[in-house]
Design a protein around this ligand. Structure first.
Ligand code: C2E
Ligand code: MG
Ligand code: MG
Ligand code: MG
Length: 275
């Protein structure tokens, strides 16, 4: 486009590209420093067992406690981390932190597992299964207390799936995150076993508003059941949604109704129930 508009534009375009590269270098350096300075913190959001109304897991969600700009959500920096490869050390930091927290909860008598998001970039080399194995040995965490969450795009990547299945063989649970929003074909899903399907918030949002959404959610719950997996509904905000999901046989629920992602000091897992 720039070329067709003439030489002046091409220069402008190039200069802007140059500025882009410089800005990215600065952002990358800032994120690297943030990791080193321990500004990347982990908040936890409860996941509730619908049948018992108890919190059984906590999803670890990373935030950047930025000295000048306040608390930044993952949408502001995960993309950059993925593009620059920083997702590998960042992801390792979140994984270590969450496993240590699960062990601490265990020591305090809470039977809570942790769920950690894993990006495709963390499953590109060969190191991930060993990293997880060493972490489990070092912390003494029961493998079944750890869930790794990946999105559908990983399902199409054979090397990533080989690594993911090696992690699952350790006894770690695998969850398919944001289910229904990606482009996974059903033929991928029957190829590899997994433990949990997380029904994307966009479906939960529409529950009770229209029958078509309800039909799709019932279908996802059935599909998960047929594949030997259990279901987690994301983004549950109202008691009506929670009841709908319980009646439809959804196993777990997560959302602002039960608790927002919070630093661990703000956690009261015993107070969370479905009424
Ligand atoms: P996700 O894994 O699907 O996480 C759920 C997101 O939904 C979280 O956003 C959570 O705060 C939000 N959420 C939960 N319940 C509700 C609700 O009732 N209503 C609404 N409106 N939102 C709700 P968050 O923390 O901003 O994270 C966004 C995404 O960033 C995550 O989506 C995940 O894909 C990614 N992410 C977060 N932490 C990490 C990480 O440590 N590593 C990687 N690779 N990705 C991460
Ligand atoms: Mg997730
Ligand atoms: Mg999700
Ligand atoms: Mg989501």
């Amino acid at each position: 486009v720039a070329k067709r508009e003439g030489g002046g534009r091409v220069r402008l375009f190039r200069r802007e590209m140059g500025e882009d590269v410089a800005a990215r270098q600065r952002d990358k350096a800032a994120l690297t420093a943030a990791l080193a300075d321990d500004e990347l913190v982990v908040h936890y959001q409860p996941i509730i067992d619908v049948a018992t109304a108890r919190t059984t897991h906590a999803e670890a969600l990373v935030r950047w406690q930025h000295p000048g700009r306040g608390l930044l959500g993952p949408d502001r920096f995960i993309g950059l981390a993925e593009e620059t490869g920083l997702i590998v050390p960042l992801g390792a930091h979140v994984l270590r932190t969450a496993c240590a927290q699960a062990v601490r909860w265990q020591g305090q008598g809470h039977r809570l597992g942790v769920a950690v998001n894993v990006s495709p970039g963390q499953l590109s080399g060969n190191g991930f299964p060993r990293e997880v194995d060493e972490l489990l040995s070092a912390t003494g965490l029961e493998p079944g207390r750890l869930t790794v969450e990946v999105t559908e795009s990983v399902w199409a990547d054979e090397n990533a799936m080989r690594l993911l299945m090696a992690v699952r063989e350790l006894g770690v649970r695998v969850a398919l995150d944001d289910f229904g929003t990606g482009y996974s074909s059903l033929s991928y899903l029957r190829r590899y076993p997994f433990d949990l399907v997380k029904i994307d918030r966009s479906f939960t949002d529409g529950l009770g508003e229209d029958d078509r959404t309800g039909g799709v959610v019932r279908c996802i719950i059935d599909l998960a059941g047929a594949l030997g997996a259990r279901t987690v509904a994301e983004g549950v905000e109202t008691p009506q949604q929670a009841r709908w999901l319980r009646d439809a046989g959804c196993d777990f629920a997560q959302g602002y109704l039960f608790g927002r992602p919070e630093p661990v000091e703000n956690w009261h897992p015993d107070l969370l129930t479905i009424t």
